[in-house]
Write a protein that binds this ligand. Structure first.
Ligand SMILES: [Ca+2]
Length: 563
């Protein structure tokens, strides 16, 4: 059989293509991913390995698709997920990544995906790796960590092509809204399982989802709406997006009535120093980190100027700015208008510049990119209002909680605490969130866990299938002074496959900090000389407290205590 790889089609559709797109929602994506390879290969049927033959057979679906013959029918007939394979080709092993059959395709109407199928090194399992920001790109690099472990891995663009920094894709486009909100994650999973079955002759023994930021919210929504898709889910720092935009709130907190910045970022170290001085020892050791910022009640009035304003104290206006950012979105009466959000955590002040409080003379980045993130997104059907700021008095009253208006809000609602179907299906979920996150409010994960715990019968019953780990000193998905490297895939595998629930995550602080986007992807176990500190993080609400003996940079000197 002569094989034709539809390179031109791939190029037109930009599957797997991105050009150094960078977004502040750094959880889920990367820069500089290579373009999709469009090289043809000329395999002949009498010189093929079995996996090459199977990969070519998948490519045959692409040929059939182009010719509109009936051979496409198996995937086209997937209920809820009519799928077309556009190309399939063998990619040789490189670095620690195995040889794969790389399949590109589309789930109708326009969700592009890439599925990588290890040819000889398959571990029998499937991983769906989530996206980041507004997605719009198929990020191949996301697949690397699970791929190196032998997983068949799928990634998708969630239904539209565009910059992950721009919300305009969903302007008056209900299909794009639905696919991005929840449908794409589900239907791409259906397609993956069917193609896996076609390629290997049987479906995956286990199916997992993993992602951070937008990827995190994809995972949580899967547990809520499609509880049979995955045996296990890792959801990091979910961008729930259900509250009035706390990013905008935090940036506007620093504007006076004329729209000028009240303070610059020079005083942020002063604030953080005072926070740490007041609360560091609550966890038993003065290591510059707060294990549980929620118990720190420090107030900016502590360092308010007594007499003349100076560099070593806050003016009353500056103290108000800091207090507002801790508090989170509120109306003009001072009443919180979020769903249990606590605003930014104490100790996270080092992450506030340049997002909320910029260097002197510069504009906070969350004001600069405001229109892309919130303008088009917040008021998608009222063009005249598209660029106006969120009104924390009137908008909540109109049911507009920010982020795309009420319709989009509901499509993407990720706070349903009724996880009975997920639990009954045997699903397990690990949720993690950095306490110093300045992009998705950490209090939202605490709120979601607590609401779920109340709904599902308390902590013990909930932790049978769902555990939250709040990571001290970690920013959005990674980075920060507390350590950001933990082998969460292995933790989930043990839980699902051996019934060993994760009693802790062992967090490592790397000597060389990860990049903002987490590249290159880490591999576990880490090299022993790559980190200088380990610490256990226990399932919320338990926290780690130093025992008082030994080296507090070593995990074994910490104990699990009630909050
Ligand atoms: Ca401490």
């Amino acid at each position: 059989m002569r094989i034709i790889v539809l390179g031109a089609v791939i190029a037109l559709l930009s599957v797997g293509t991105t050009h150094a797109q960078v977004t502040d929602w750094g959880g889920g994506f990367s820069t500089g991913v290579d373009s999709a390879t469009t090289t043809s290969f000329a395999a002949t049927s009498n010189a093929q390995s079995p996996s090459k033959a199977k990969c070519n057979a998948l490519a045959g679906f692409a040929v059939a698709y182009a010719k509109e013959t009936s051979a496409r029918s198996r995937f086209a007939q997937i209920i809820d997920a009519p799928t077309s394979v556009l190309s399939a080709e063998i990619i040789p092993a490189e670095r620690d990544l195995p040889e794969v059959c790389r399949v590109s395709g589309i789930v109708a109407p326009d969700i592009q995906f890439e599925l990588q199928l290890p040819t000889t090194a398959w571990n029998g399992k499937f991983m769906h790796y989530g996206c980041g920001g507004m997605c719009g790109v198929v990020y191949r690099v996301q697949a690397e960590e699970p791929l190196a472990r032998g997983y068949a891995v799928i990634t998708s663009d969630m239904g539209h092509t565009g910059s992950p920094n721009n919300t305009a894709f969903r302007y008056n486009d209900i299909t794009a809204m639905i696919d991005f909100s929840y449908r794409a994650t589900h239907v791409v999973t259906l397609a993956a399982k069917e193609i896996i079955d076609e390629f290997y002759g049987n479906g995956p023994q286990r199916s997992y989802f993993m992602g951070c930021s937008t990827g995190g919210v994809q995972g949580v929504i899967e547990a809520q709406r499609y509880p049979h898709d995955f045996d296990g889910i890792i959801a990091g720092a979910p961008a729930y997006g259900t509250g009035p935009s706390y990013l905008e709130w935090s940036a506007r907190a620093n504007l006076d009535a004329q729209g000028n910045a009240i303070m610059d970022d020079k005083k942020l170290p002063l604030v953080r120093k005072a926070v740490i001085a007041a609360c560091d020892k609550l966890d038993g050791t003065e290591d510059g980190l707060l294990q549980n910022p929620a118990t720190c009640k420090w107030d900016p009035s502590e360092i308010e100027c007594k007499g003349k304003a100076s560099a070593s104290c806050l003016t009353k206006a500056e103290a108000d700015v800091v207090r507002k950012i801790y508090k989170g979105p509120a109306n003009s009466k001072g009443e919180s208008v979020s769903l249990g959000y606590a605003g930014m955590a104490r100790g996270s002040e080092y992450m506030w510049s340049p997002s909320f409080i910029a260097p002197k003379g510069e504009k906070a980045t969350r004001l600069v990119d405001y229109n892309d993130w919130f303008g088009d997104g917040v008021f998608p059907t009222v063009a005249a209002n598209a660029k106006r700021p969120y009104d924390y008095d009137s908008d909540p009253q109109r049911g507009n909680t920010g982020w795309g208006g009420p319709v989009f809000q509901w499509l993407r609602y990720a706070m349903n605490p009724d996880l009975r179907r997920f639990k009954n299906a045997g699903g397990k979920m690990i949720l993690y969130h950095g306490w110093d996150d300045n992009e998705t409010a950490p209090g939202a994960s605490v709120d979601y866990y607590e609401t779920t715990s109340r709904t599902m019968g308390g902590d013990a019953a909930t932790q049978e299938f769902f555990r939250l780990f709040m990571i001290p000193g970690m920013a959005h998905c990674r980075r920060g002074p507390g350590g950001d490297a933990f082998d969460v895939i292995t933790s989930l595998e043990k839980w699902v496959e051996k019934g060993e629930a994760p009693d802790q995550l062992l967090v490592h602080r790397l000597k060389k900090e990860q990049t903002y986007l987490g590249l290159p992807r880490l591999r576990y176990p880490l090299a022993a000389d790559s980190y200088d500190k380990t610490r256990p993080v226990f399932p919320y609400p338990a926290i780690a407290k130093w025992s008082g003996q030994g080296d507090h940079a070593k995990a074994e000197t910490w104990e699990k205590v009630a909050p």
